[in-house]
Design a protein around this ligand. Structure first.
Ligand code: SAM
Length: 327
């Protein structure tokens, strides 16, 4: 479990005002075939239906339900729960309909404390797989009304998202192994000394030359590696953030303490990105997990249990699961 993010770490992510857990994608919410999948299920619900979003984060999926409800006069009652301290309120200016949703922070999907047989539909987008499967299914079974359904999109180990996560982990490792950030810090320390003392000793001058050379070589090596990649965005961001600090044009503009702060922030971002990618990798289900999931759902009395592959932009994006209770 060391690879998993805890509630505090997720809470930290949600304070950064992200709508989803995808960095740099889905700024305006899940779209295309993902949205269609959900809207097709919202369309089957009666007016006034109760919908619960498990592991809601800052409420992206709950927001899709609320938007559908307003557009089609469905008057849904949407609730989103998450075990982290979430911050959907901070996004309300950009997405006013978040205000119509009931959000419960610090609420685990395995024990929500919500009323039994209270929900017409329980849903989750990249959330259910983060919980304890048997306990979460028992809770879903308890919360659903007769005839109610559970639908989820779950990360699959063979999906394009996971391929990208593995690629990101490789890029993070290369950046770290290059020691470019540490070399840059040592160099800035010397620049700070020069700024304070107006002069460097012969020994420090030699050290500065060596550090400059080492930094140049590390960055060149990273740039060569980036050229081999289809999407080198992480390595590029890393190298450019360091290069900017040593660009002569910025010499007077960025003070040594500001440079050190930027390098420290970069190292912290590298680490937090690595933790999130490892968390994603360890949460994703393989084919065996989907078999177990289907078995667990059937054991709890669900009927018409099905799983399927979901595409996005022409690639396998994730898997879906749907299961309903008898009326
Ligand atoms: C990948 S994020 C997805 C959030 C949201 N569904 C989305 O699509 O943006 C996973 C979320 O699961 C939550 N989570 C993890 N384990 C949980 C649990 N046992 N009960 C409730 N929430 C949990 C985390 O706090 C995090 O917000």
């Amino acid at each position: 479990m060391a690879e998993r993010l805890d509630a505090r770490q997720w809470g930290n992510w949600w304070t950064k005002n992200h709508l989803t857990s995808f960095h740099g994608h889905f700024h305006n919410n899940y779209d295309g075939p993902l949205r269609q999948f959900w809207e097709q299920h919202f369309a089957t619900l009666p007016e006034g239906a109760t919908i619960l979003d498990l592991a809601t984060g800052n409420g992206a999926l709950a927001l899709l339900a609320e938007e559908y409800s307003r557009q089609h006069q469905k008057n849904f009652h949407v609730t989103g729960i998450d075990y982290a301290e979430i911050q959907p309120g901070a996004l309300q200016e950009r997405h006013p309909l978040l205000g119509g949703i009931t959000f419960l922070s610090c609420t685990a999907m395995e024990a929500t404390g919500l009323e039994s047989a209270s929900q017409d539909m329980i849903m989750s987008q990249f959330g259910f797989e983060y919980g304890d499967m048997p306990a979460a299914i028992r809770e879903i079974r308890r919360l659903l009304k007769p005839g109610g359904c559970f639908h989820a999109m779950l990360h699959h180990q063979d999906s394009a998202v996971l391929a990208q996560a593995r690629e990101a982990l490789a890029q993070i490792k290369h950046c770290e192994k290059s020691a470019a950030a540490e070399t840059a810090s040592a160099l800035v320390e010397l620049q700070a000394r020069l700024a304070r003392e107006k002069k460097l000793s012969e020994k420090d001058q030699q050290k500065a030359r060596q550090l400059h050379q080492a930094l140049r070589e590390s960055l060149e090596k990273l740039n060569r590696y980036a050229r081999q990649l289809k999407d080198p965005s992480h390595v590029r961001m890393f190298t450019q953030s360091i290069m900017v600090l040593f660009d002569r044009r910025n010499a007077g503009r960025i003070s040594p303490p500001q440079r050190l702060q930027t390098i420290q922030r970069l190292m912290a971002e590298n680490e937090s990105y690595r933790q999130r990618m490892k968390d994603l990798r360890s949460a994703a289900y393989g084919n065996k997990d989907f078999q177990t999931l289907k078995k667990c759902l059937k054991q709890q009395g669900f009927i018409s249990v099905s799983t399927g592959s979901q595409e996005y932009a022409g690639r396998h994006f994730c898997h879906t699961v749907s299961a309903c209770l008898a009326d």
